[in-house]
Design a protein around this ligand. Sequence first.
Ligand SMILES: Nc1ncnc2c1ncn2[C@@H]1O[C@H](COP(=O)(O)OP(=O)(O)O)[C@@H](O)[C@H]1O
Ligand SMILES: [Mg+2]
Length: 620
Amino acid sequence: MTTIAQLFAKCLELARSAPALISILRIVSAGSRSLFAASFLINILIAQVPALLAYTGKNVIDSLLSQSHSPRFVGPLSVPIFFGCIYLCLLVAQYVGQVVLVHLSEMLTESGSKHIHTQIINSAIRMEGLYYFENPAFHNQRSLLEREALYIPMNILRFVTETSGIAVTTFCMVLLLFGLHPLIPFLILLSGIPDVITQKTSHRLIYEGIRETAHEERRKDYFRSVVLDEEHAKEVRLYNLSCFFINKYNESFKRILDLVIPIRKRHIRGSILSRVLVTLGAILPYLWTIGKALRGEITPGQLVLFMTAIVVIHQQMARTAQTLAGHQDVIYVMKELAAWLHMKPDLTAVEPTVQVRRKPYLSPRVRISNLRFRYPGSDRDVLRGLDLEIPRGKSLAIVGRNGSGKTTLVKLLCRLYDPAKGTIYFDGVDIRQLNLDDLRNSIGIIFQDFNRYQLTIRENIALGETPDVLAVNKVSESAAAAGAADFIEPLPQGIDALLGNQFEGGRELSGGQWQRLALARAFFRNAGLLILDEPTASLDIATEARIYARFKKMTEGKTSLLISHRLSTVRIADHIAVIEDGRVIELGDHESLMGLGGIYNEMFVIQAERFRQSEEFATL
Ligand SMILES: Nc1ncnc2c1ncn2[C@@H]1O[C@H](COP(=O)(O)OP(=O)(O)O)[C@@H](O)[C@H]1O
Ligand SMILES: [Mg+2]
């Protein structure tokens, strides 16, 4: 009773997953519909061959025996030869069909996986903010899909062709077995049901296990990359960390295996029991058929036909169990893929939804009103009602302790996130109503962790521009303005020198030189608002002061935002805001803040003292 209820539930589950299956089928086959259709058709044709072979075989045997039993051996063996030829033709057709099917599947895998990879990437780059990109669940899902992407088309094709093939083959064999006894095919089919359920349950458990290991898989990959990637090579060698990380890698691997192997062992035990039952379901009709033949109730040809049909249906039951169990994996990956492809956009439109355009080079007046924000999945507000204003063409410096929310504010200004409450206005327009490209083109920014592209100096400065824009002098001018000309000019290839050491012929720059290129990149964009978010944290105070002074000079007349925790370098700004706990707690110019005797004054005195001591240390 429970078995039938379980089977019913499985059928319902299969029916429920049908829409997901169909929608993914459409996506997967979009790259190669004709290949998909051809594979499907060939498979249906091949699926009929076993029944035809059995039937033809019976005719060969019976016609041969009827000839040899006749008292006088009459004439040519035309009937058995005729059936024999058909038998051979069917065999050849089956082999040829199978070979063609293998090649079609491979072609489909190649074109389909390229298509799926592109869809996975397109879906991710559709996300305009950082909600997903800074979320570990997104990366777990991404690594699972990337791992599976190569196999998705192949698996789906296999699932669709195998189920249809099994259905056709079984149907034909059931028709043949009706001649023996109408109940026999059903007895064999029923005995296979526990196996189908066992296989399906085991595979579900295995897949749930694999899903649980997604996080550990990423940790494992991370430990491997620490040992192998250039990014970490210096520290790994200096601190002799290889063994430490390899141990962590092995531990991670072991945790994955500890989870998956027990499930697989249980799977083997369950499979053996259910397979014994299916085999019994086939042996009984088998013996009964032999008995009928001994009693002369069926011809030798029929005996071979029925025995073949019993064996084939038995095999089909095992295949059904395997395929439906495998279907669990396919459906699981397809559901993940469907969820990925239908990810909700991370930035929200506000009323009215009409986009406002703006000229990126115009300097905006920026007003930030009662801004509240917390990161997705976090239980703490990073910004708690922050108010600020940067008048058009003026500079504002933001200072504050690490973690006080400075970079977060910059991310909101660029709309990498939308605030939970409050609004940022550019010239009185809510930035959520601005055309996103216009907004981002209006901002020239150097992040704390700016990128170092393994490209030429010219490309590093004019990143993303077309070749004709790359050719103009503006690139050299931006480099000169950012103070990069003095290290570019002596290079043999000048501004076309390749940077970084990932590719042959590349030249590595110092931290300060990369910083100046990042500065040049921000200036090249000719954006109305320039932002410098502590890109100089690794530099000494004197170099940092020079970079800030250059930034100040280059941003004359432009709205600008400087962020630093070194107060000596932000004195140059028109206004200074001190942020603490996601709010502005002091605001004014350097003199007025010093006069206030608050946190700014206290931090400035401490830093000046530290600086004086380090100067004394340097002159010792
Ligand atoms: N992607 C993120 N997800 C969750 N919390 C974050 C994320 N980025 C930063 N935070 C947290 O937000 C707070 C403010 O960070 P941030 O704005 O980078 O500080 P600051 O730039 O002032 O040093 C910190 O407590 C930090 O841990
Ligand atoms: Mg920061």
